[in-house]
Design a protein around this ligand. Sequence first.
Ligand code: PFF
Length: 460
Amino acid sequence: MKPLKQHTIWGLRGSFILAATGSAVGLGNIWKFPYITGENGGGAFVLMYLLCIALVGIPIMMAEILMGRRARANPIMATAELCEHAGASKGWTTIGWMGVLAGLLILSFYSVIAGWTLEYALAALDGKFAGLTGETSQALFDGLLADSDLMLQWHSLFIAMTIAVLALGVTRGLESAVRWMMPLLFVLLLILLGYAIKEGEFVTSLRFMFSFKLEDLSWEGAQIAMGHSFFTLSLGMGAIMAYGAYMPSSQSVGKTVVIVAILDTLVALVAGVAIFAFVFATPGISPGAGPGLMFVTLPVAFGNMGAGLVIGSVFFVMVILAAWTSTISLLEPGVAYLNERFGLHRIFASLLLGTISWFIGLGSVYSFNDWSELQFLWGKNYFDSMDFIATNIMLPLGGVLIALFTGWKLRDEIILHDLKFESALVFRLWRPVLKFISPIAVLVILYNGIFPVLRAVLVE
Ligand code: PFF
């Protein structure tokens, strides 16, 4: 099977790894992972999470890369091409279509939260965290949530930043952006870690994150770990497939995916350890604060420690970079499709799709203030409804379909050809895992994501 057309391939070694890690490392790692770890008992949760990354995340990520790279096209055209080649039903192109749609939906609310990090980076640089207490910090955050104009401004700016990178092209925009943003992100993370070791309650934090207590293992924690392993690796929506189209054929898929998964996990763990080291060093605040950990608890820690101004600024700039390299991957599948299918220039393609996503995101901005009482899906406000549809339904569904398609439908010759650089073990294990284990695990994620809501609706 020939690639669809002459396609851009990133020339520099490591670009694919940086781009895929950029997509994977985001708010999920720095905002969500630490607080769900905090809420689910620490070490036991981390262990389940690692297991899910290995059993579900890595095989599906390999599948996505393989599909994108084989067809050298955006997810919609790649799935169409691979279906035709395999003689499979056109219905499998749902993978590509749903992926592009999920990307637009996730971007719409992700950029609202990413927008908060712009406000918080400025607040940190401005010294606004100095002397914050639990109450004043909560008031600062509530003030932002109540101010829809301010949130709209930051949401718009974040979408504009995303459009700007994609409009510049696959090499000059995407590749160049990840080549400076990702190293900078790693440096900032190391600064935070260094400070946490020197000044924070580092050992307490380590104990909290890694001490393993059997009684902390819960089915609920396992479900959250599974769902999160999916979101954090950006799987199920074609982002990694779209990037796979730019990956050189000579690069080993297995090794690359393991590196990306390790980097993604390391960032989550290091960010978590640093955050808790700061939190434990500050009297009067606790690690189990839920979603408010990053925007309410942490600023109190920054506002009450020695180099808080610098460290707080470093932290929020790092989060901006992490979120930015993720938002570009959310929009890329759609932009690549419009460009490759209709010849639409990437400037117009990214403007068009970015604007659509911006528009869908308006509801998320208002669901924290003017629309907070409005219910959309089953008693959920607009923001939670979008998150639910995309994260709990579309991503796992996309993941199951990708696993089933590559596991059962893709021709052996493609697998043999594209995995020729892999070790014998990867070669032998990968397909059976994809055929049986990954789909079942992801179906569990899907079921657990939907079932509680269905039950609540039925009981009503
Ligand atoms: N992996 C990102 C995070 O952990 O924040 C979120 C994400 C980005 C999900 C891109 C899906 C995606 F395609």
